[in-house]
Design a binder for this molecule. Structure first.
Ligand code: UDP
Ligand code: MG
Length: 322
């Protein structure tokens, strides 16, 4: 009797990627045909693109029925596009890959080998990042350092979402339904057997990056606030430090007044202290507000996304995303 082949899903979130999808198709098909010991499914997630991405996905499906697509009802961002995709995949494992070919699909066979060796999460770590500015590389490095120092789960550096996940990792990720998702952290959070492979990150094959500094700053704040309450503790610590300093200064003033009498000038120093403390208080009100805001979003418990269609089927949210 012939063994049933394992099904490998390749999950591709795509937002305005009309220029690269055909290139991606060629590269994926080549690899899928070489790996004949597996069955493949490619799930393209259209994250509310404004260009012809959806149409190209439909054409690809006509050409090759291994290609499936999921059309979200609007643009939700990559994090949500990924969980939507994970909810729909059928594979025994999944490889998450960017549409823009910055993650070379040629790494997939190697990932599959490690998967067969028993690893659950084979992630690709960037050796180099071609086509990215010095500032982007530098800020990302500093950010990871900071994030790592305040969380007790290990966050992988220079690693994106390009990775192979075993079915059980997929189920674990699916069970986490928080809406402010920071998937990079969730991969670490779920644990399991991890294996890293190194690769050179290519520049985008065509089209435009969807990230700008504003979005990256937002993602970094999400990363920080969804994994640690350390900033709340920083505020308490800073408060204690300032109180101690204030207390010492008070003693100084008392002794000065006792020995030298009341001294009237002091307007600027008073102003400086008031402004400084006022600033700090506002910052930490903001920090508290950030956590409160997250709690607010999570308590609403809204579905993470709505689906427009899955392949030829029109979808309505039935019992989707719980
Ligand atoms: N993406 C998405 N929804 C968005 C933004 C991006 O699904 O709102 C996809 C995009 O199509 C690509 C991947 O996420 O496949 C990574 O995006 P991009 O290449 O713009 O990011 P970068 O590689 O520059 O970090
Ligand atoms: Mg990219």
């Amino acid at each position: 009797m012939e063994n049933i082949k394992k099904l490998v899903t390749i999950l591709v979130p795509a937002y305005n990627e009309q220029d690269v999808l055909n290139l991606l198709y060629d590269r994926l098909v080549k690899i899928m045909n070489e790996q004949s010991m597996y069955d493949f499914e490619v799930l393209l997630v259209n994250d509310g693109s404004k260009d012809d991405t959806l149409k190209i996905m439909q054409d690809l499906r006509k050409k090759d029925s291994r290609f499936c697509y999921l059309n979200l009802s609007r643009n939700y961002g990559k994090e949500i596009a990924m969980i939507a995709g994970l909810d729909y995949i059928k594979g025994d494992c999944v490889v998450i890959i960017d549409a823009d070919l910055q993650d070379p699909p040629e790494l997939i066979p190697q990932m599959l080998k490690y998967w067969e060796d028993g690893y659950d999460d084979v992630y690709a770590k960037r050796k180099s990042r071609k086509g990215e500015t010095f500032m982007k590389k530098f800020t990302s490095k500093m950010y990871y350092k900071m994030l790592q120092s305040v969380t007790n789960i290990e966050i992988q550096k220079d690693t994106g979402d390009f990775r192979l996940l075993d079915r059980r990792c997929v189920e674990a990720l699916k069970s986490i339904r928080e809406s402010q998702r920071y998937t990079k952290g969730l991969f670490s959070f779920i644990g399991y057997n991890k294996k890293e492979i190194l690769y050179d990150r290519d520049p985008r094959a065509a089209g435009q990056t969807k990230w700008n500094y504003g979005k990256l700053v937002n993602l970094s704040i999400d990363g920080l606030t969804s994994f640690t309450t350390a900033p709340l503790r920083w505020s308490a610590l800073l408060g204690i430090l300032i109180s101690i300093a204030g207390f010492i200064y008070m003693l100084v003033i008392i002794f000065k007044t006792l020995f030298n009498g009341i001294d009237v000038p002091g307007y600027s120093s008073t102003m400086v202290v008031i402004l400084f403390l006022g600033g700090i208080q506002l910052i930490f009100l903001g920090v508290i507000g950030e956590y409160l805001g997250r709690a607010f979003y999570e308590t609403k418990g809204r579905p993470l996304y709505f689906i427009d269609r899955y392949n030829e089927e029109k979808e309505t949210n039935k019992n989707l995303n719980k």
